[in-house]
Write a protein that binds this ligand. Structure first.
Ligand code: PMP
Length: 425
C-alpha cells in the first residue's frame, strides 16, 4: 500500500449504507435522477466534479418560483416582484452565511466561478496593473483561473507566473513563497483541484501573501460542495464558487469579497440594475453588490442555490467532508488493487476526486465503455491541460464523488474497470 494512501475507511457496507455518519441511503431518496437507468443499468453517477445532481429541495424551489411568484426583481412595486426580490436577496444571505461572510452585501451573484474570476481580473486588477507587474497562479489551475489572467496580461503588459507542483500533485509551497515580491499584484489559487483532487493550503498561502500586501483570489468551485468554507478564516481577498457544483442550478454562482474591496472596484458590465442615476452627461453607479449585477439576473438560479445551501447545511458540511474522505479512502484502496491502474494526483490532502489511467487504454475508451455499465465518469483534460500535461498525459479518466455515492457503487466501478481491462488484454 503506497505511503500516501489514506488510512482505513469507516465505510460500513452492512449497516444501511452509512458513510462516516452520513445516511447515504436516505440522501439518495432526495435525488430523483438516481432512480433512472442508463443502458439498462441503475445510474452510478461519478461525475459530480463536473456538475452535481440536484436534490428535490432545489428542483422544487425553482418550480415554486416559476409557478407562484415569477417576476423581475428590484424596483417592482407589485406583490410578485416584491416576493421574488425577497427570495433572491434571502438566497444571497444564505450564501453569505454558508461562507461565513460578514454580510450578504459581500456576495455578488455571477454566472459561476468563471465569471467571478473574469470580474476580478477586469474590475479589480485591470485598472491598476501594467508592465513589470506579475500575477501568480499555480500549475494545477483550471482554465478558468488561467485564461482570464493571460488575457489581462495581454491587455496590460503584466506577466503571468506559475508556481510549481510536485509529482504527487501538491503545490510546492516553498517555491510559491519564494516567488512572492512587491511585483506580484494578485495570487490566483484553486482551493480543491478538479483534475487531481488536491486540497491546497490556502490559509497558509494567504498568510504568506499578506506579508507582501498581495490579495489572494481563491477558486472555490470544487471546495464549497465538499467542506465547510470560512472566507474570513482563510484570509483571502476573493472567493469564487459555482452553484451547479454544490447541488444547485447551473448559470448561477458568485464572488465573495469584503465590502470595502467591492466598494473600491469599478463596474464590470454596464446596463440596468448596476446604476444609480443615468443621464447622457454621465452615470453614477449602484453600491455593491448591485453594481456588479448588470441586467436581469438568474433569479430562479439564485433561489435554487439558496435551497442547495439550506440542503447542505441540513446535512452538516463536516459530516459531508468526513463521508467523502471515507469514500475516497475506500475507492483509492479498491482501485489501487487493479493491476496497471495508476492514480494521477496522490496528494496527502485530497478531496473526492480520483484521476487515473489504466494500462494504455485511452481514457475516452474507458469512459465510453463504462457508460454501458451505467457508470458516468469524465475523461479528458478536465479543463486543466497544464496540470494533466505535467504528468506526461494528454488525458485521464476521472471519478468524482458526491453526497449520494456509496461503497457498493465503488465496487461496481472496480468490477467494470476489471472487465474493460480484460477486453484490451
Ligand atoms: N475551477 C474549478 C476548479 C472547476 O472545477 C471549475 C468547473 N469545472 C471551474 C473553475 C469553472 O466553473 P464554472 O464552469 O462553473 O464557471
Amino acid at each position: 500500500m503506497p505511503a500516501w494512501m489514506p488510512p482505513g475507511s469507516g465505510v460500513d457496507k452492512e449497516n444501511g449504507g452509512r458513510v462516516a455518519g452520513l445516511d447515504v441511503e436516505r440522501i439518495r431518496t432526495d435525488f430523483p435522477i438516481l432512480d433512472r437507468e442508463v443502458h439498462g443499468k441503475p445510474l452510478v453517477y461519478f461525475d459530480t466534479a463536473a456538475s452535481a445532481q440536484r436534490p428535490l429541495a432545489v428542483i422544487e424551489a425553482i418550480d415554486d418560483f416559476y409557478r407562484r411568484y415569477n417576476a423581475n426583481i428590484h424596483r417592482g412595486v407589485h406583490t410578485l416582484s416584491q416576493e421574488a426580490t425577497d427570495a433572491y436577496e434571502a438566497a444571497r444571505a444564505k450564501v453569505a452565511g454558508f461562507l461565513n461572510a460578514d454580510s450578504a452585501g459581500e456576495v455578488v451573484f455571477t454566472r459561476g466561478t468563471t465569471e467571478a474570476i473574469n470580474l476580478v481580473a477586469q474590475s479589480f486588477l485591470r485598472p491598476t496593473i501594467g508592465p513589470g507587474d506579475e500575477i501568480l497562479i499555480t500549475h494545477m489551475e483550471h482554465h478558468a483561473n488561467i485564461v482570464p489572467w493571460q488575457m489581462l496580461c495581454e491587455q496590460t503588459g503584466a506577466e503571468l507566473r506559475v508556481a510549481p507542483i510536485n509529482e504527487r500533485g501538491e503545490l510546492e509551497l516553498s517555491a510559491l513563497k519564494a516567488m512572492l515580491s512587491e511585483r506580484v499584484k494578485l495570487i490566483g489559487i484553486v482551493h480543491v483541484s478538479n483534475a487531481l483532487g488536491t486540497i491546497n493550503p490556502v490559509a497558509e498561502v494567504c498568510s504568506a501573501a499578506r506579508a507582501f500586501g498581495i490579495p489572494v483570489l481563491v477558486d472555490g468551485a470544487q471546495a464549497t460542495p465538499h467542506q465547510a468554507v470560512d472566507v474570513q478564516a482563510l484570509g483571502c481577498a476573493f472567493y469564487c464558487f459555482s452553484g451547479h457544483k454544490m447541488y444547485g442550478p447551473t448559470g448561477i454562482g458568485g464572488l465573495w469579497a469584503r465590502r470595502e474591496t467591492l466598494q473600491a472596484m469599478p463596474p464590470y458590465q454596464g446596463g440596468g440594475e448596476m446604476i444609480s442615476v443615468v443621464s447622457f452627461e454621465g452615470t453614477t453607479y449602484n453600491d455593491p453588490p448591485g453594481r456588479f449585477e448588470a441586467g436581469t439576473p438568474h433569479i430562479a438560479g439564485a433561489i435554487g442555490l439558496g435551497a442547495a445551501v439550506d440542503y447542505l447545511r441540513s446535512l452538516g458540511m463536516d459530516r459531508v467532508a468526513a463521508a467523502e474522505a471515507e469514500l475516497l479512502a475506500y475507492a483509492t484502496r479498491a482501485m489501487s488493487e487493479i493491476d496497471g491502474l495508476r492514480i494521477v494526483g496522490t496528494a496527502a490532502h485530497k478531496a473526492g476526486v480520483i484521476s487515473f489511467v489504466l494500462d494504455d487504454i485511452h481514457p475516452n475508451d474507458i469512459g465510453t465503455l463504462i457508460d454501458h455499465y451505467g457508470i458516468a465518469i469524465r475523461t479528458g483534460h478536465h479543463c486543466a491541460m497544464p496540470a494533466v500535461k505535467y504528468f506526461g498525459l494528454p488525458a485521464t479518466a476521472r471519478v468524482s464523488f458526491g453526497i449520494y455515492n456509496k461503497p457498493a457503487e465503488v465496487d461496481q466501478l472496480v468490477d467494470a474497470l476489471r472487465r474493460i481491462k480484460d477486453m484490451f488484454a
